[in-house]
Design a protein around this ligand. Sequence first.
Ligand code: NAI
Length: 334
Amino acid sequence: MRIAVFSTKSYDHTYLEAANTVHEHDLTFFETRLTLATAPLAAGHEAVCAFVNDVLSKEVLEALAEGGTELILLRSAGFNHVDVPAAEELGLTVTRVPAYSPYAVAEHAVGLVLALNRKIHRAHARVREGNFSIEGFMGRDVNGRTVGVVGTGKIGQVFLRIMKGFGCQLLASDPYPNHAVEELGARYVSVDELFERSDIISLHCPLTPETFHLVDEERLQRTRPGAMLINTSRGALVDAAATIDALKDGRLGSLGLDVYEEEADLFFEDLSERVITDDVFMRLVTFPNVLITGHQAFFTEEALETISATTMANATAYATGSGDLHVVTKGMVS
Ligand code: NAI
């Protein structure tokens, strides 16, 4: 198949080309994000391969369909950036990578917890300056803390298992409780109760209309004073502006983000020579108790191998009509 691959970096070339040796699709790599303006680049390609910040709105999908595209290959598990009903109306098939390394994301979330708790990001900066004072770096034992996980799917479960290893008390919230999670010793509670009782809250649910701004002003009022919030799932689960107020008055003790609602204009690019105009983001990075990474939780060798292999296999399954095709359909939650 002729596949137009958008939002590509050097690592995408490396891993997709390696995975493609057994499939022999014809890949055209574009560095640019897929938007309405760049959609014409895909003309003549039967498939478009897209990443998390590519725009797959109705208008973009229409433009792709007009250019001859039939298949959208997502290099992600999440599909909140795709207008799936519009794709179905246009006869476009959308596929994704339903599971790659859940460890990659869960371990990154744990990394944020540990770094924030013991101020490792600040210690690194101090030591580089020759400042060996530990004043202000006091943390708390993670052992014995109550950890609450919203969304106990593949990633949430790995996160819970790791935190159990630290000796934490476990709370969970999910519309579909999972017996394996209860066997770990986690207790399912409502999202509100989870916010009221947890010292560390980690979000691992998908972004849907129901979970948009799951963490808003009202929910932040419910947190235990000094609670830690970690979001490695999707930016719009959290109302970032509301976290600023909660951080200012100390209700939120610390915040770790790998995703940000307005990340599409920021993440994955080197903007160090430019003025960043997103005032909410810039305010967040000024807090000593906020740690932000630029959507790198998935970024391990194992994850990239699986993402690339599944993406190329999806293209082959579509082209040949045999093999597993991981289709996204209207009404799917995650
Ligand atoms: P999954 O589909 O295995 O689990 C998601 C869980 O969330 C399911 O158990 C589902 O029932 C639950 N859920 C759905 N609606 C909910 C709600 N309203 N409240 C609480 N729980 C709810 O997905 P997986 O693989 O664990 O991934 C979770 C999320 O992580 C993805 O949706 C994606 O947004 C994000 N992600 C982030 C990455 C990163 O690099 N930062 C990489 C990969 C995934």
